[in-house]
Write a new protein. Structure first.
Length: 456
């Protein structure tokens, strides 16, 4: 039945243009990032509601950051499970399923009773919901990135896939905006008591809208053609992880691209936010506005660097971003403390770190898609992406806070992301060939994308 559908799709005239496909795919991914990062922004509130009041506040906060990390820790497992389904059944089905799972888990977080009501069961249930969110996100990104890439023409894949790279940052912006409106609208006392639940409950409406939009999408044309030609994998997970050559590509992608990209991403956005609020004690309204402005100004740069990677190579841009992170994080965070009373300078400093984020993250989807063959692409690219971003990148806030608490030196938390970024520079320059941007993924099935790539 799947093969027949693929033949019908391949033979049918295209009904949707590339801008709609990018928009429909991206809006769902944006909502999933919004859901996933609500917890990160509100971590301090979870430390108060879901852990024993007898715990030291700093210990409770670090514990809440490790709960935040659990969502990242399971992302690779979601990548394997949903990547397998995506290569076996289809791209569209799988990222619809992950969207439903993410939306349900996020909505339930807004309803969970706290420690004062159900005791130790409260953090257990919270961790369970974070696990479900992590599993869902593990399948979402690879599906959406692969879906867009397999609609894109060779030679412009960096540009088109970079649109979906904006969604993680815009998801944080949306989370910050919703939280800021709720905190100012409810007042601090009400928000601390129960108002923090509202942003989680709102996600149900956003997920419903995203599902409605995504239902209009068809299956990926490249995947449909694979099915038609009988070239799709019958066991994508086995084929991906039983090949020594493929494992080599996975490890190269992990240590030369996704792990250093992950730590740069979370340092420039989440660790900067935590540092300004928890260490420098800057008013949350000021910090939220700084982050919203810097992230919004930086979002178009994902597209700029994605398009530039089509011309000069993915690796060159990403490696430069890793190197700048190693060289400049320490002085930038020092200046955050020096100018903590100057919002304009703080915004410029955060904006600089966002530029580094866009350099390393803008080209990554095209880089990963072009690294692996179509029959096992969803599975193979999802694993290094989510290990790098989830395990290595997601650990940045908790690792930074723990190292700083252990040493008593606030800036020492930067040793972790700077070290991983340095490894990325070494591995990228030593092992990852260029230019990947000349890979023609449509040659695997013969022909070219059936859709006219109108400008988004």
């Amino acid at each position: 039945m799947t093969t027949t559908a693929g033949v019908q799709y391949a033979a049918a005239p295209p009904r949707l243009n590339l801008p709609f496909i990018i928009g429909a795919s991206s809006v769902g991914t944006l909502i999933e990032w919004y859901d996933f990062y609500l917890y990160g922004v509100l971590a301090v509130f979870f430390s108060k509601h879901f852990f024993s009041p007898d715990l030291d506040p700093n210990v409770a906060f670090i514990a809440s950051l490790f709960v935040f990390w659990t969502g990242f820790l399971v992302r690779p497992f979601g990548a394997i499970v949903f990547g397998h389904l995506g290569d076996l059944i289809g791209r569209k089905f799988t990222f619809m399923l992950t969207l439903l799972l993410m939306g349900a888990a996020t909505f339930v977080v807004g309803l969970l009773p706290g420690y004062d009501t159900i005791g130790v069961l409260a953090p257990i249930l919270l961790v369970s919901m974070r696990v479900l969110q992590g599993l869902a996100l593990g399948g979402e990104y690879g599906g959406a990135a692969t879906y867009i890439a397999e609609h894109s023409p060779d030679g412009r894949r960096g540009y088109y896939t970079s649109w979906i790279q904006t969604t993680a940052t815009l998801g944080i912006v949306l989370a910050l905006l919703v939280i800021l409106v709720c905190r100012l609208g409810f007042g601090d006392e009400t928000f601390v008591a129960w108002g923090w639940r509202v942003p989680f409950l709102i996600s149900a409406v956003l997920v419903g809208l995203s599902i409605y939009i995504r239902l209009k999408l068809e299956e990926s044309p490249l995947y449909a053609r694979l099915k038609e030609q009988g070239k799709s994998s019958h066991n994508p997970a086995l084929e991906s992880f039983s090949s020594g050559k493929n494992w080599g590509l996975i490890l190269f992608a992990l240590f030369g691209a996704t792990a250093p990209e992950g730590v740069v991403w979370y340092t420039g956005q989440f660790y900067a936010l935590f540092y300004m609020t928890a260490v420098l004690k800057i008013n949350y309204v000021t910090v939220y506005i700084i982050m919203i402005v810097a992230l919004s100004l930086g979002a178009p740069l994902f597209i700029l660097f994605g398009a530039l990677s089509d011309r000069i190579g993915r690796r060159n841009i990403m490696t430069l971003g890793f190197a700048l992170a190693v060289l400049t994080y320490w002085p930038v965070f020092t200046w955050l403390g020096t100018f903590k009373d100057n919002p304009v300078v703080l915004t410029l400093l955060v904006f600089y770190m966002v530029i580094l984020v866009t350099m390393v993250y803008g080209p990554i989807a095209a880089f990963l898609v072009e690294l692996f063959p179509a029959r096992i692409r969803y599975t193979s690219m999802s694993l290094p992406y989510h290990v790098g971003n989830g395990v290595f990148g997601g650990l940045v806030p908790a690792a930074g806070a723990s190292i700083a608490a252990y040493t008593g030196i606030a800036l020492s938390g930067l040793f972790y992301p700077m070290g991983i970024a340095a490894i990325g520079v070494i591995v990228s320059l030593a092992f990852l060939r260029e230019p990947y941007h000349h890979v023609k993924i449509w040659e695997e099935v013969g022909g070219a994308p059936p859709l006219v790539p109108d400008q988004p």
